[in-house]
Design a protein around this ligand. Structure first.
Ligand code: KG4
Ligand code: ZN
Length: 325
């Protein structure tokens, strides 16, 4: 079964063809990120104007790369939320038009759930049930996946998302946008134990809070300046990694799960990947990480997840609209 996935929830315009929820035949992504850099964050109007211009070509390119035509596609899957309203509308409207013109079933897919599917596009992947951590620019959530139709929320951030904290700290450190890769690069030459940063505790043990550690970095820089930039970046990264590892493994213990799946842009962070694998192995938990190119927004994860949901009877009508929360 060939699924065409479309993803336009934030700054990317992406399309992908995936066969049987597993084999990626094409994965095309373009981004307006360069155009947002001078503003230090995403400007929704800039994002969706670019998506209107590019979506046609990106979908066409993904079909050509897969060596298929629209008539070969069995399902059109599209991110329906959460995300930026205008951006989501571009993808959803385009997907509806293709579905209507080609008489092809349509399925709207949740963005967070598709992020956690990206690690399941690997050759080695777990079968549900498993615990999943989604760490992106907009969300930080822990889930228990019983099966793809029954995903239970275990915890979420109270304030900033994890990627957002990386972006804000990068701004404080003058490292530019997007912040995650820039902080990781700066941290490479630093000592992560030099400055004692830590993430705030939350009342519910599987929730997260990142705004306190971001403010601690701000006060440190106000007091000491930027002369220890590498150590500040490394110590901030260490605090975030520690809390993500600790809470993910606590969720595994709580659910007696032996598999942990990670998704979202922050899953590209090498320090997080190493720390998770090492700590989890001590507790007999196997970690499943997305391939590097599948951590940030892409449409292969949308098409992959949609295959399973469609098999379980899910389908959308032409009344599909953005689901913003
Ligand atoms: O999943 P994603 O592409 O978009 C959302 O759905 O939000 O995630 C983007 C976020 C940004 O905040 C970015 O700074 C962060 O992921 N990110 C990273 C790294 N690469 C991207 N954070 C830490 N380390 C990285 N290597
Ligand atoms: Zn995302």
């Amino acid at each position: 079964m060939y699924v065409l996935g479309i993803e336009t929830s934030c700054d990317e315009t992406a399309a992908s063809v995936v066969r049987d929820g597993r084999e990626i035949l094409s994965n095309v992504v373009t981004s307006s990120l360069g155009e947002h850099k001078k503003y230090g964050g995403i400007i929704p109007e800039v994002a969706f104007r670019k998506q209107i211009d590019t979506i046609d070509g990106i979908v066409d390119c993904s079909l050509k790369e897969a060596g298929l035509g629209l008539r070969d596609i069995d399902l059109i899957a599209v991110t329906c939320g959460p995300g930026l309203a205008g951006s989501l509308l571009v993808g959803i409207s385009f997907a509806k038009a293709l579905s209507f013109a080609g008489k092809i079933p349509l399925l709207g897919v949740n963005h967070l759930e598709s992020h956690l599917y990206s690690a399941l596009l690997n050759a080695s992947r777990p079968r549900p049930p498993f615990v999943a951590l989604v760490v992106s620019g907009g969300h930080t959530s822990l889930f228990y996946v019983r099966d793809f139709k029954r995903i239970e929320a275990l915890g979420a951030t109270h304030d900033d998302a994890c990627g957002e904290a990386f972006d804000k700290v990068a701004k404080i450190l003058g490292l530019g946008y997007p912040g995650g890769p820039a902080v990781e690069k700066a941290a490479r030459n630093g000592d992560g134990r030099r400055i004692k940063f830590s993430c705030s505790n939350t009342e519910a043990p599987l929730d997260f809070s990142f705004s306190g550690v971001k403010t601690a970095v701000l006060y440190y820089v106000k007091r000491h300046g930027l002369k220890d930039l590498a150590d500040i970046a490394a110590s901030f990264q260490e605090a975030v990694v520690n809390t993500l590892v600790k809470k993910s493994l606590a969720a595994c213990r709580h659910k007696q799960a032996k598999a942990l799946v990670i998704g979202g842009g922050v899953a590209a962070n090498k320090r997080l990947r190493q720390a998770l694998i090492r700590q989890a192995s001590l507790e007999g938990v196997k970690v499943y990480l997305p391939a590097a190119g599948l951590c940030t927004d892409n449409a292969a994860m949308v098409a992959g997840l949609a295959f399973h949901l469609f098999k379980k009877g899910r389908c959308s009508g032409l009344e599909l609209n953005p689901q913003l929360n």
